[in-house]
Design a protein around this ligand. Structure first.
Ligand code: FE2
Ligand code: FE2
Length: 473
């Protein structure tokens, strides 16, 4: 098509060429020629494309209750990096970042502790006494005798901590094995210089008891992630089955009619240049074309449904976390676009949404975690009150405020990234990993990773009921 235009003496700007690679038709060619412009840009072409027919056909007898209610979305912008990135990646930014993390997690540990804590500079004044210290873990290694040796730090200095191995303290040894670098923890133990002999280890944790928050209105939220628009493996027919279901075509119509919100935890599109030779896996090789598929998806939804969307590592914002929201240049549909991570409440139910990029480094660092059970990784985040505890495990931008700290215990914690559905309840938080709409990729075949596509979790907010619908069948 580009050649045909050139032959007619019409030149195209680079962005117009890119755009035409994913949007070509004889009809469009004719309209461009009719413009009678010697140089045509993307802005000239876009208005010429007819929007695909948005489904307005109503299913007879389908009266969705969600249509009767106004949406109630409250966004907590305090811990969303969008528009607030200040870092230049310098040493001072790293120092502020870790200080902020240490202070905020330390505050949580102070609240939970029985004994007042002692700073590392003062530990030596407590020889042969029991102390409680709040520290960041600098290093961890196993000694020849099977003990664990930790080097820890606070604002006043460093110290060494020993977790000694014996059959009488298996419980603490088990806990200590779960310690990862940069963990902020409280250690209680006896001071036997030059060591503290650990007797207990605590993470910042969620409070043990919290009241379950339910909504007044009988509405539901759907959790999606990892749709990967643009990928050859994108399962469009199953996503269509899902939107058909929302329009009342299919089983469980009553539940479909309750859906008022859709929360999307990143990897909206497959992206461009995310990994080497990705082009061969792409159906749409233009990033705008990929997001246009998302716009079309949003427009195909019932008009009373509100969509909240956040980016993931495949999306077209910066790769390092925290990530800012996807802008209007990419998504023109009417959605609430937020950063990754971010917090919002729906009908008064507090949500924490995070794509889950650091799940990979968590699985490789903590014993007993696997891709089969992403929900277990999510519990580790909640326990640590941090969404990317291992610095350097994945790309983190050292903002002066650590946006990855879990400041408030959420009622619902939603992630994606591993393409595998997983759910659990942890100390009053409903934990959801929402799977994918992408089929198994070659990379996943090599890894032996089997995704669970088209399995959609739906949460009835009035009753606290979570169901998973399978759109493959
Ligand atoms: Fe993904
Ligand atoms: Fe991802």
């Amino acid at each position: 098509m580009i050649d045909a235009l050139n032959e007619k003496g019409i030149r195209l700007t680079v962005d117009a060429e890119d755009f035409l690679k994913s949007n070509h038709s004889d009809e469009l060619l004719k309209k461009i020629v009719e413009l009678e412009k010697p140089l045509v840009s993307r802005e000239d072409i876009e208005p010429l494309i007819e929007k695909p027919g948005v489904e307005v056909e109503r299913t007879p007898g389908f009266r969705p209750v969600a249509r009767e209610f106004d949406a109630e979305i409250k966004v907590n912008h305090t811990f969303d990096v969008t528009g607030k990135s200040r870092t230049k990646g310098g040493v001072d930014n790293f120092v502020s970042h870790f200080r902020n993390r240490f202070e905020r997690l330390g505050r949580l540990l102070k609240r939970s502790g029985q004994t007042p804590s002692v700073s590392l500079a003062d530990v030596k004044r407590h020889l042969n006494e029991k102390v409680r210290i709040i520290v960041l873990v600098l290093s961890k290694r196993e000694t020849k005798k099977g003990n664990l040796l930790l080097e820890v730090e606070d604002m006043t200095g460093t110290f060494k901590v020993v977790v000694s191995f014996s059959k009488y303290n298996e419980k603490i040894m088990d806990k200590a094995k779960g310690i990862i670098l940069d963990d902020v923890i409280a250690i209680t133990g006896k001071v036997l210089e030059p060591y503290i002999i650990a007797e207990d280890i605590e993470w910042p944790e969620l409070p043990v008891i919290r009241e379950k928050k339910l909504s007044e209105n009988d509405l539901a939220t759907v959790y999606l992630s990892d749709i990967h628009f643009g990928s050859k493996q994108f399962l469009g027919q199953y996503l269509k089955a899902f939107t058909d279901w929302l329009h009342g075509k299919g089983a469980a119509k009553e539940l479909a009619g309750k859906v008022k919100y859709i929360s999307i935890a990143g990897d909206v599109v497959d992206g461009i240049g995310i990994y080497p030779n990705q082009e061969k896996d792409l159906l749409i090789k233009n990033i705008y074309g990929q997001y246009k598929m998302f716009d079309d998806f949003v427009e195909s939804l019932p008009d009373y449904i509100e969509v909240i969307v956040t980016p993931g590592n495949h999306d077209a914002v910066r790769r390092g976390e925290p990530q800012p929201a996807l802008g209007k240049d990419l998504i023109s549909a009417d959605v609430t676009s937020l950063g990754n991570p971010s917090s919002f409440s729906l009908e008064g139910i507090k949500h924490l949404i995070y794509h889950g990029t650091s799940i990979d480094s968590m699985i490789s660092s903590i014993p007993n975690l696997s891709y089969m059970h992403p929900e277990k990784v999510m519990v580790e985040y909640l326990k640590r009150r941090h969404l990317s505890p291992i610095y350097g495990g994945n790309l983190i931008i050292p903002e002066n405020i650590d946006y990855m700290v879990v400041e408030e215990p959420p009622d619902i914690f939603h992630t994606g990234h591993v393409h595998k559905n997983g759910y659990t309840q942890y100390r009053g938080t409903l934990v959801i990993n929402s799977g994918t709409f992408q089929d198994q990729t070659d990379f996943q075949v090599k890894q032996g990773h089997v995704p669970t596509p088209a399995m959609v979790p739906v949460y009835e907010m009035k009753y606290g009921r979570l169901r998973t619908l399978d759109f493959k069948s």
